[in-house]
Design a protein around this ligand. Structure first.
Ligand code: SAH
Length: 396
């Protein structure tokens, strides 16, 4: 096996079991490594540190598979890791009331670059690193041993693959292809998921718990669901007894699916409308018309995707919150989210506070929200906590 030696004093994070090594920490690579292959990682003075996948073209050059030198990275290895991940979800009974959930959350399940979502009896795999891609056959065989899937489908059509010198790819890996529309349930909510074309693997199952919170607080309320995608929060609000729900998104296919999802849950057409618009403009239009709402959900896409975009993205979060506070009735609730991992909880709370202040909204944070337990955070990899949310009540 090829060996990689780190520069002096660059082994600290690995000793703390953090699974990443940046290219700048590498002193030398012995031999010719195939992109994604397994290497032994040593400190500068020759102490074994980890078995990792190498991605020489990426800034994130090494991702650890195991800290045990005796470990063999084969199908059994992936089976054992996936079995652990599956066990965790079963212990939490996630699969009992939900047929859409995350089986494997990459680093958080000790499988860097491997994300697997489950929709009924279909597994949807996304491989984002050269190391994960290199192990594709082992991963798929291990996954097949874990459960009798009807099909395993790959949705590795994500732009981060370019940093790993990997092309974007989609298709059936085993069994049959998922149908165009899969019907899943999330507690008492039903949704259609388009695994083949939808965002991510088709659905944002990371918002399950927050949708339940919205459902609990929606009785009798007028609801504005911004960046609604396929209507997840809107359906939750309507099932929770909301008087009226307005869903807004700039994607026509997402709104078509939202309409299907409202019908699937038997929600009367008179209780909602779906609006194809840019949310930032829509918010301003509402302010101009002096419209107000009892409950607003603000769940934009990742607005900070790199440190370079930090200021611009934070400004956009603030603008969306500022405009939302303007529309919030006294006593109203704002559910505001950020899925940008680079935006910390503290920073997000500060942005919310600044927006509330500018909007002259006297408000209280009454709850903190985040990704569900099928998107766990491993203690040695805090970066896995990417989704954060605040439940804010206006006390004006
Ligand atoms: N809340 C959703 C997930 C939101 S994903 C759920 O629970 O399922 C983000 C959504 O924002 C996408 O559907 C995307 O089409 C939409 N979007 C991105 N930029 C937008 C903009 N400027 N105005 C309106 N919608 C936008």
């Amino acid at each position: 096996m090829n060996k990689v030696f780190l520069k002096p004093n660059r082994e600290k994070s690995l000793l703390k079991r953090h699974p990443w090594v940046y290219s700048g920490a590498i002193a030398r690579v012995e031999g010719d490594c195939q992109n994604g292959s397994v290497v032994e990682v040593y400190s500068n003075c020759g102490k074994f540190l980890a078995l990792a996948a190498i991605s020489q073209k990426s800034q994130l050059a090494l991702r650890v598979w195991s800290f045990d030198q005796a470990c063999i990275i084969n199908e059994d290895f992936f089976f054992n890791r996936l079995e652990k991940a599956y066990f965790l979800r079963r212990q939490l009974h996630i699969d009992q009331q939900n047929s859409a959930w995350r089986l494997c959350a990459s680093e958080a399940d000790a499988l860097p670059g491997v994300t697997i979502d489950v929709y009924n009896r279909f597994a949807v795999v996304q491989l984002t690193s050269a190391g994960a891609d290199f192990q594709k056959e082992n991963i798929v065989s291990a996954l097949q041993r874990l459960y009798p899937w009807q099909g395993i489908y790959e949705r590795s059509d994500v732009s981060v693959r370019k940093y790993e010198q990997l092309p974007e790819t989609c298709g059936v890996l085993a069994g049959s292809a998922p149908p165009e529309l899969l019907q899943v349930n999330e507690n008492d909510r039903k949704f259609y998921v388009d695994v083949l074309h939808g965002h991510k693997s088709g659905f944002y199952c990371d918002q399950r718990e927050s949708r339940s919170m919205v459902q609990q607080h929606a009785q009798g309320k007028s609801v504005l669901n911004l960046f609604c995608y396929t209507g997840g929060f809107g359906v939750a609000a309507a099932l929770g007894g909301a008087e009226y729900v307005i869903n807004v998104d700039s994607s026509a296919p997402a709104l078509e699916m939202a309409a299907k999802n409202f019908a699937l849950n038997n929600i009367d057409q008179a209780r909602y409308s779906n609006i194809n618009a840019d949310c930032f403009s829509f918010l301003r239009k509402c302010r101009g018309e002096k419209r107000t709402f009892d409950l607003i959900v603000l769940d934009p896409p990742k607005l900070v995707d790199s440190m370079r975009n930090m200021t611009k993205g934070c400004r956009a979060y603030k603008d969306a919150m500022l405009q939302s506070f303007y529309l919030l009735k006294p006593g109203g609730l704002l559910f505001t989210f950020s899925c940008s991992g680079l935006v910390t909880r503290e920073l997000f709370a500060k942005i919310a506070a600044d927006a509330a202040c500018d909007a002259a909204c006297d408000c209280r944070i009454i709850g903190e929200l985040g990704q569900g337990p099928d998107h766990p955070v491993s203690c040695n990899f805090p970066e896995a906590r990417y989704l954060k949310g605040l439940m804010i009540m206006s006390c004006n």
